[in-house]
Design a protein around this ligand. Structure first.
Ligand code: ADE
Length: 243
């Protein structure tokens, strides 16, 4: 599952036999990847779109596991453009039903944090490590040069989601103060995690850092997805399905 079109296109190039099926106003690509039955889908952007997509994947396509790949803005210290964050938990940074419930707590769930599945994440981590030791193999030397992606790092930790593209230093600074453990910010993961929690479906998520969620967050965003994040996703998933 990915939020943006450019990312899914690299994945679809890798699927040998995908067939398109429509449901919930979306295209689901059903096929095989290294012997595994897979469904690839574009969630579109934002928490509601992502939750609808995850629900359709589970209810209509009977998926047993979900892997999300995409981009995110880096929040944590040392989380740089070109690094990769593997989620160990998710939180909705724009959830606030206080004073009825503590800030960030999802009402009636008694929790703010939704965990990623440890086993699925460990496999995704091993696949990502293989790709990051030699980024030029996945991306080509030109992309490594263009985005100065020397020695990209893999971080594990909290990913926060909300219905905002964070593109000012003031906002990312405020998020950092409110949620000091957050490594990265995006717009879908915590919604998918809540749906997966409801259905008891294991989830793993990998996010390539495309920006630092600051005043220059929009610069080269699309080009970065095309040349870096989409290739990281497709190559990592290929290793993942091989494991
Ligand atoms: N996805 C990638 N960069 C992001 C940002 N700065 N804010 C929200 N989602 C993002």
């Amino acid at each position: 599952m990915s939020a943006m079109h450019q990312e899914l296109s690299e994945v679809l190039k890798t699927l040998p036999d995908e067939q398109r099926q429509s449901a919930a106003g979306r295209d689901f690509w059903v096929g095989h990847w290294r012997g595994h039955e897979v469904v690839a889908v574009l969630s579109r952007i934002g928490k509601v779109a992502a939750a609808t997509t995850a629900t359709a994947l589970i209810e209509r396509f009977g998926v047993t596991h979900i892997v999300f790949t995409g981009v995110a803005g880096g929040l944590g210290q040392g989380v740089r453009v070109g690094d990769v964050v593997l989620a160990d938990a998710f939180l909705q940074h724009d959830m606030d039903a206080s004073p009825l419930f503590p800030p960030h707590e999802v009402p009636l769930y008694g929790r703010a944090l939704f965990e990623a599945d440890a086993g699925l994440s460990a496999t995704l981590r091993a696949a990502t490590e293989q790709v990051l030791v030699r980024p030029e193999e996945a991306l080509g030397a030109a992309a490594v040069q263009e985005f100065a992606l020397h020695a990209p790092r893999l971080h594990d930790g909290l990913i926060v989601s909300g219905d905002r593209f964070v593109a000012t230093s003031a906002e990312s600074q405020a998020l950092r103060q409110r949620l000091p453990d957050a490594l990265a910010v995006e717009m879908e993961g915590a919604a998918v995690a809540q749906v997966c929690h409801d259905y008891g479906i294991p989830l793993a998520a990998l996010r390539t850092i495309s920006d630092r969620a600051d005043d220059s967050a929009h610069v080269d965003f699309t080009r970065f997805i095309d040349t870096v994040a989409s290739r990281y996703s497709a190559t990592t998933l290929d290793r993942f399905f091989e494991m």
